[in-house]
Design a protein around this ligand. Structure first.
Ligand code: F3S
Length: 407
């Protein structure tokens, strides 16, 4: 790879041990993927923050990078941690886990990383512009940044995202190159989609098609009449989970769709396929389900306002986690939504989520509106899952739809 004088100085250790290590990581990555040079990045988002995933080896790596003098060169935020950093006791997190998780966050803070722990950084101040180069790590956020915002990022691993933060660079390959943003498969959607679970199911269906089309990585989607920010974040999470997809174009909705015509290779999605995807994600019984969670990806303030409206003056009968970013929770506090929600017995789980928190063995079945949460609840925690529209998830927490159950 061709390195600039400044990049060569970093590699030679002139900016400290941590920056040297970071440049070594990026050089190795760029060499593997055939990058010709480095690109400056304007924003970084680091995953692998939960101690549940990192373990002691990950914590030691971060501690060493902080001790080596590493400092973030660009705006950098974190993916969700394994706990609500201010309210972990209420979520049943052990003091031992909390201590380790606090050390992880402290190590990031020492490297000047903004310790906002969220998979929706684009809702809380880490908002890239069209065409900017980034190094983001969380798969749903990567898909959202590339597709909805028109920024450019590969899906980084934890170490490569940290390396990008400490150097302000990323190797020029993959989604950073125009030729890799061209769609290969037209997806004609012949179904009316309204709710987050509809869009999540669509992501699962398209993801499965992409997995079976060997040379299709970027879909060009037609037939979506409208999509809210919330439904797009749900769609991105699902498409990235089930298809490994970092970029899609949606006609009339995403900014780069107009640069391309629909590819000749085309598939058609029917309403039946959407319904069948929903059924596959609902293998649990709604009445006996013992865990309810909304906020995968993290909730917007609009969604929290709706939860507060539905819970006003009522009491939940199941463990109900509302997962969001700390800054969004602070807006909810100011608006009085948090007080209404907490008076109902529901719990905020800011900074974390129902997938990265250490909850294996504590519950048996999850009710959610997120196709991505279903995937990980089953795969990581061995929970049964029930996928429902947003409002019905809240009603399930209240026990207000007791006659309904899934087969
Ligand atoms: Fe975010 Fe956790 Fe879902 S990181 S996308 S809420 S699995």
């Amino acid at each position: 790879m061709k390195l600039s004088a400044e990049e060569q100085a970093m590699l030679a250790g002139e900016q400290g041990r941590a920056t040297q290590k970071a440049m070594q990581i990026l050089l190795a990555l760029g060499t593997i993927y055939g990058a010709g040079h480095m690109l400056p990045v304007t924003s970084v988002q680091i995953a692998g923050v939960s101690y549940d995933n990192l373990g002691d080896a990950g914590l030691q790596f971060l501690t060493e990078m902080a001790a080596g003098g590493g400092k973030s060169q660009v705006l950098t935020t974190l993916n969700p941690a394994g706990m609500d950093v201010e309210n972990w006791q209420a979520l049943g997190i052990s003091p031992e886990f909390a201590e380790k998780q606090a050390q992880v966050i402290e190590a990031f803070a020492r490297m000047n990383v903004v310790t906002t722990c969220t998979c929706t950084p684009y809702l809380t101040g880490n908002v890239p512009h069209y065409g900017e180069h980034l190094a983001w790590a969380e798969s749903s956020a990567v898909c959202y940044a590339n597709s909805v915002l028109g920024a450019r990022t590969n899906r980084e691993g934890g170490p490569s995202a940290l390396a990008a933060a400490l150097t302000g660079r990323t190797p020029a390959y993959g989604m950073h190159l125009e030729e890799n943003r061209v769609p290969q498969l037209t997806v004609e959607v012949h179904a009316d989609l309204c709710e987050n679970d509809d869009f999540g199911a669509l992501g699962k269906v398209i993801g499965a098609h992409l997995q079976s089309h060997t040379n299709a990585f970027v879909p060009y989607i037609r037939g979506i009449k409208s999509a809210t920010l919330e439904s797009l974040k749900s769609f991105c999470a699902s498409l990235a989970t089930y298809g490994g997809t970092a970029l899609f174009h949606m006609e009339g909705i995403t900014p780069e769709a107009g640069l391309f015509g629909p590819p000749a290779d085309a598939i058609r999605i029917s309403p039946m396929e959407i319904e069948s995807a929903k059924s596959e994600l609902s293998n649990g019984d709604l009445v006996s389900a013992d865990f309810v969670s909304l906020g995968c990806p993290h909730l917007s303030i609009k969604e929290i306002a709706r939860i507060a409206e539905l819970l006003e003056g009522k009491q939940v009968v199941k463990e109900f986690w509302i997962t969001t970013a700390r800054p969004t929770k602070q807006i909810a506090d100011r608006m009085g939504y948090s007080a209404t929600i907490e008076a109902s017995g529901a719990k905020f789980a800011a900074d974390t989520c129902c997938v990265v928190a250490p909850i294996k063995g504590r519950f048996t079945a999850l009710v959610t509106d997120s196709a991505k949460a279903c995937y990980y609840a089953a795969g990581k925690n061995h929970f049964q899952t029930i996928l429902k529209p947003f409002d019905e998830v809240v009603l399930a927490a209240l026990g207000e739809n007791p006659r309904e159950s899934t087969e």
